[in-house]
Design a protein around this ligand. Structure first.
Ligand code: NAD
Length: 334
């Protein structure tokens, strides 16, 4: 089947080619570096399947162009499906498949990495030693042992993050609209309501999906309920957080540390090289300027294991649709 694969880098091609070559009936993959949007959709003319990633835009206009040009299947190379207008996809009869789980460990471990970097100021320490400066002033951290960690969204990633933090000796509070027995099974864990979790946590980590109900879950009102000097970690989706409210709270000291792998307006920035140009996003630049903020560019998923799993599931999803077998990873409109 002809598949137009958008937003690809050399590593995507390498892992997708490997998974495709290993498949019983390989597909004809054509790679585009550009993102999918209504302006680039014409590249996918006559491609039965369009394969996209987190910062592509499959909004209503784009989907209409794709459907008119002959596309029948949209294969997402990720778990989240906030970049696609599912109502329009449903109206147009487009099938949508995704990769619901690849390596929850990759994302959870990255979130823990952000916690350690912020707490022990590893970024500063690394640069200081390279500069032959062996002083410790300004590097003071705190023991994770006995701190309280609040996990918002205790699905696959949230549970693994919680298990790792339990290993450090942290107390675990969870909040989820669908509590999970896996979280409850972790020693020292407890489900509480959101206000209690916000009020008691020294470290808050977001692991829920971006939905209309979770958009700006972290805003000036929820920040107000947090502990003074709290650490906020977001490896989930940028729009869970009202960035301006977080900046205000960093300035007052209400939020003491921020670790982000995702950013509200990341689709304008992440996965591109702007090292030779000027970034025009003032909010991002201001956020970057704080010494207690660490930002990575949506790399939490980026391990060999995760890329293999993403590629294998994506190829299998496309093959299942082509062969008319059950679409276990279909995203249904509800
Ligand atoms: P999951 O579906 O297993 O878990 C999500 C959990 O969030 C579920 O338990 C769900 O009940 C809960 N939830 C839904 N609405 C909620 C709400 N309003 N409040 C609290 N909890 C709520 O998903 P997962 O595999 O653990 O992934 C979590 C998120 O991580 C994804 O949605 C995605 O946005 C993000 N992610 C990021 C990366 C990255 O590279 N940074 C990679 C993969 C996934």
């Amino acid at each position: 089947m002809k598949v137009a694969v958008f937003s690809t880098r050399s590593y995507d091609r390498q892992f997708l080619d490997r998974a495709n070559e290993a498949a019983n009936s390989p597909h004809n993959l054509e790679y585009f570096e550009t993102k999918l949007n209504h302006k680039t959709a014409s590249l996918a003319k006559n491609f039965t399947c369009v394969c996209i990633f987190v910062n592509d835009s499959a909004d209503g206009d784009t989907l209409r162009i794709l459907a008119e040009q002959g596309t029948k299947l949209i294969a997402l190379r990720c778990a989240g499906y906030n970049m696609i207008d599912m109502e329009v996809a449903h109206e147009l009869g487009l099938k949508v498949v995704r990769v619901p789980a690849y390596s929850p460990y990759a994302v959870a471990e990255h979130a823990v990495g952000l916690v350690l970097m912020l707490n022990r100021k590893l970024n500063k320490a690394y640069n200081r030693v390279r500069d032959d400066n062996f002083t410790l002033d300004g590097l003071l951290g705190f023991d994770l042992h006995n701190s309280t960690v609040g996990v918002i969204g205790t699905g696959k990633i949230g549970v693994i993050f919680a298990q790792i933090m339990q290993g450090f000796g942290c107390h675990l509070l969870g909040y989820d609209v669908h509590p999970s027995e896996h979280f409850s099974a972790i020693k020292g864990s407890k489900y509480v309501d959101l206000p209690e979790l916000l009020a008691k946590s020294d470290i808050l980590s977001l692991h829920c999906p971006l939905l209309p109900s979770t958009h700006h879950l972290i805003n000036s009102e929820t920040i107000e309920q947090m502990k003074q000097g709290v650490m906020l970690i977001n490896t989930s989706r940028g729009q869970l957080v009202d960035t301006r409210a977080v900046i205000d709270a960093i300035k007052t000291g209400k939020i003491g540390y921020v670790g982000l792998d995702v950013y509200e307006e990341e689709d304008e920035l992440f996965f591109e090289d702007y090292s030779d140009s000027v970034i025009k996003d003032d909010t991002f630049q201001l956020l970057q300027s704080f010494q207690n903020v660490v930002i990575t560019a949506h790399q939490a998923f980026f391990t060999r294991d995760a890329l293999s799993a993403i590629s294998e599931t994506t190829i299998a999803n496309i093959t299942n649709w082509e062969q008319g077998t059950e679409l276990i990873n279909e995203v249904k409109f509800s």
